[in-house]
Write a protein that binds this ligand. Structure first.
Ligand SMILES: [Zn+2]
Ligand SMILES: [Zn+2]
Length: 376
């Protein structure tokens, strides 16, 4: 962190295209706006959405600084920022406009201006937060771009957290973990009277599992092809784990074991899995679509089956979370020993970010977190 011409310099990992590794380059932070916060990033989680943007499956302007599970320490605050001060520990989450009907109803993950505030490569007005050699670098991804040693975030997506827990552990609360837990606790209001099947035992799925266990849901099933994830799912409280490739018909298998479920969570984005999620529901059950899918992915449903059983399908973003409320709540559950999300994390040094991406894509690592101060 060097101050030069009243601007801060930092190192950022820049994504330039699907076949190229991220490169570590010097960038300069733009001056803060009055509702913004400058943060020294301590660590950042790596989320599946970072990867789909690197691959341009979800298009973002290139080259770009990605990263949207940042955690760090506030360096400066804009003039209009209240409730945040230099030195505060913060976790960064998704950004939102604060003015549309969804934001006014405290459901900012359905912000009418979500794309402009999170995926445009700049602020919603098109201006940038990072530059290189005098030219704007696409950044402000999810209102942060946390694959950098410093970042500018908005007061709306900056959540103050206690200094009692390490920031590198708290980083992934900003997206993946809150998405899984929020789906169960906020969106579906699962209770101890409900059964639940979770398709996909990655960071989002296992966070949903921990939340389902927390409220006493039973039985809990996790459908996941990787052996080590199934083992962890059992340790975290799943009643049944199934390798979907080891059985001939996953729907029949689940019906044989538990009859059917009240809730099914689709974390994979595969249309055939969506169909399975609908087929295993009991009457009046709900299928939650959580996993990102290609933009043209569609699924056929039988109208009369849906109508006659009262089944529901609902799309969910970020677990319907209001991060300023929900992230402190998840930390409280962790402190009570009821939400051990730290068990999902593997730490990497920042300059091994490309290796962290590979570990996530191969399924080896469930939630990689890069630590900015920890060097190879
Ligand atoms: Zn909004
Ligand atoms: Zn994410």
């Amino acid at each position: 962190m060097i101050s030069k011409n009243n601007k801060y310099e930092a190192t950022a990992a820049i994504a330039r295209g699907s076949s190229e590794p991220l490169t570590f380059e010097k960038i300069t932070l733009q001056p803060l706006r009055e509702d913004e916060v400058l943060i020294k990033i301590v660590a950042s989680g790596l989320c599946h959405t970072d990867f789909v943007c690197m691959q341009q499956i979800l298009p973002v302007p290139m080259p770009i600084v990605l990263g949207h599970e940042g955690a760090g320490v506030i360096v400066e605050t804009g003039r209009a920022v209240k409730g945040l001060s230099p030195g505060d520990h913060v976790v960064l989450s998704f950004n939102s406009c604060g003015e549309c009907p969804s934001c006014e109803h405290e459901l900012p993950s359905y912000c009418y201006n979500f794309m402009a505030n999170n995926f445009s490569g700049g602020r919603s007005d098109g201006s940038g937060t990072m530059e290189q050699n005098g030219e704007q670098v696409n950044a402000n991804f999810f209102g942060q771009s946390s694959f950098a040693t410093m970042a500018i975030a908005n007061v709306r997506n900056t959540v103050k957290v206690s200094k009692d827990l390490p920031l590198e552990m708290l980083a992934p609360l900003g997206c993946g973990i809150q998405t899984g837990a929020g789906t169960v606790l906020n969106s579906l209001s699962v209770t101890d009277a409900n059964s639940i099947a979770i398709f996909g035992g990655g960071a989002v799925g296992l966070s949903a599992l921990m939340a389902a266990k927390l409220v006493g849901a039973s039985p809990i099933l996790v459908i996941e092809p990787f052996h080590h994830r199934r083992v962890l799912a059992l340790e975290l409280g799943a009643d049944y784990v199934i390798d979907p490739f080891s059985v001939e018909n996953i729907v029949e298998e689940i019906k044989n074991i538990v009859g059917g479920v009240d809730f099914s969570l689709e974390m994979t984005g595969f249309p055939e899995v969506v169909k399975q999620c609908i087929d295993i529901l009991k009457p009046l059950g709900t299928c939650a679509l959580v996993g990102a899918a290609p933009a043209d992915a569609e699924v056929n449903i039988n109208i009369m089956e849906m109508l006659s059983t009262g089944k529901k399908i609902v799309g969910i973003v970020e677990g319907d979370s209001d991060p300023k409320v929900f992230i402190p709540q998840l930390i409280k559950y962790y402190n009570e020993g009821r939400f051990p999300f730290n068990r999902l994390i593997d730490y990497f040094p920042f300059n091994a970010l490309n290796e962290a991406v590979k570990a996530q894509v191969s399924g080896q690592s469930i939630k990689p977190v890069v630590h900015m101060e920890y060097l190879l």
